[in-house]
Design a protein around this ligand. Structure first.
Ligand SMILES: Cc1ncc(COP(=O)(O)O)c(C=O)c1O
Length: 387
């Protein structure tokens, strides 16, 4: 793989040192060009002209199939969504809740509100765990929170703050012994790691397209395992869901039951194009490249006195997401110094649990280079020297 040639597909990389794929990834040029073509055709032909309408329908079908292939699911288990929170709502609002039902989540999630509303409105108990950086300890702690009342588990497959990559398969097995449904937030995993949803065994999985999958903003997927589909009641219905002859709602037996009314076809097709781009490179190769860059970064950070990596060291628990603490310097000051040097990183913080941990997040992706990482390292070295 010629990574230098691939880098040419990322014009933002020539303007900036972009190290925030965990925030929003850079969309590669071929994907942008394809979306421009589709918008142009929409305007030139009108969306309902049969030839263009059929092309859009075909591209949408292929996008779903491509996603199913890439994430090892069946196309009928995938619903297009606009955001991770929407995927969580599909599951939370699709279940019926009883006082005393329990939900397990962690201190490092991004989306909590639907869970705490369950607590307020239905008397559901939300149990929140701090995630230790030791795999066995993490599983033990998770197991200790399970009970006969555990109904639902909501955890990030990879956390966005310190980049902990959870032992998802084991979590599913433990939760299923208690009859709980397990859903992961895969925003930081899909596109960063190879993913096999069937082998993982989760009941639902939220994917967003704009981070490591490098697709357009506002398009993602909700995976619902075949066996779990019947347990969830679609809470939103639109114009396509009524059998007009019988004046009756006829549920779609697939995950499409959770899509309703107007579909954003250009975004879906753009997302499909991003999936094709990544599949052509191979997720395994992408992951290896990303981890090699991460290893380089960690090696150099470890050599600096005054910098601490607050992401897990255990290779079974870590990812490319790097939380670095520059001692004695406010994370915001590090980020602003980086911006002045045209390097894009962000502050990160775990609000509860791990000692109010605050640092900067550096998230290298395959389109970065070691020279990019040297630039952020130079910023940190200068700050340490001036301290
Ligand atoms: C782990 C994780 N989940 C979810 C999101 C975003 O959620 P939504 O698509 O609902 O805005 C992010 C964005 O930073 C994230 O890192």
């Amino acid at each position: 793989m010629d990574w230098q040639v691939i880098r040419d597909d990322f014009p933002a990389s020539t303007h900036h040192v972009y190290l925030n794929t965990a925030g929003i990834g850079i969309t590669p040029l071929p994907v942008t060009v394809e979306m421009q073509r589709l918008l142009g055709a929409w305007s030139a032909h009108g969306a309902t002209t049969p030839v263009f309408r059929d092309e859009l329908g075909e591209l949408e079908r292929r996008a779903r199939e491509r996603a199913a292939e890439l994430f090892r699911a069946s196309p009928h288990e995938l619903a297009f969504t606009g955001r991770v929170a929407e995927s969580l709502h599909i599951v939370v609002d699709g279940l019926s809740w009883h006082s005393g039902d329990e939900v397990i989540t962690s201190d490092e999630e991004v989306i909590y509100a639907p869970l705490y509303r369950l607590a307020q409105e239905h008397g559901v108990v939300v149990k929140r765990m701090t995630l230790p950086h030791d795999r066995e300890e993490l599983l033990k702690r998770f197991q200790s929170l399970l009970s006969s009342r555990t109904r639902f588990v909501w955890l990030s497959d990879t956390t966005n703050k310190t980049g902990i990559h959870l032992p998802t398969k084991e979590i599913c097995a433990l939760a299923h012994e208690r009859g709980a449904l397990v859903m992961f937030d895969g925003a930081q995993t899909a596109g960063q790691f190879p993913l096999d949803l069937h082998a993982m065994g989760c009941d639902a999985y939220a994917i967003t397209g704009y981070k490591w999958l490098l697709g357009p903003y506002g398009c993602g997927l909700c995976y619902i395992r075949q066996e779990a589909l019947a347990e969830l009641r679609p809470h939103r219905l639109g114009r396509g869901e009524l059998d007009h002859e019988r004046c009756a709602y006829t549920p779609d037996p697939t995950a499409r039951a959770f899509e309703f009314s107007v579909r954003n076809l250009v975004l879906r097709c753009g997302f499909g194009s991003a999936l094709a781009y990544l599949a052509a490179m191979g997720i395994e190769a992408i992951w290896q490249r990303t981890m090699a860059l991460r290893d380089y970064l960690w090696g150099e950070l470890d050599a600096l006195s005054g910098v601490r990596i607050a992401s897990p060291r255990d290779p079974a628990l870590n990812s490319a997401i790097t939380c670095a603490i520059v001692e004695g310097i406010e994370p915001r000051a590090v980020v602003e110094a980086a911006w002045r040097a045209n390097v894009v990183i962000v502050p990160t913080e775990v609000p509860a649990g791990r000692d109010n941990l605050r640092g900067v997040r550096i998230s290298p992706a395959f389109y970065n280079t070691t020279e990019d990482l040297d630039r952020v390292l130079d910023v940190i070295r200068s700050l340490l020297a001036a301290r």
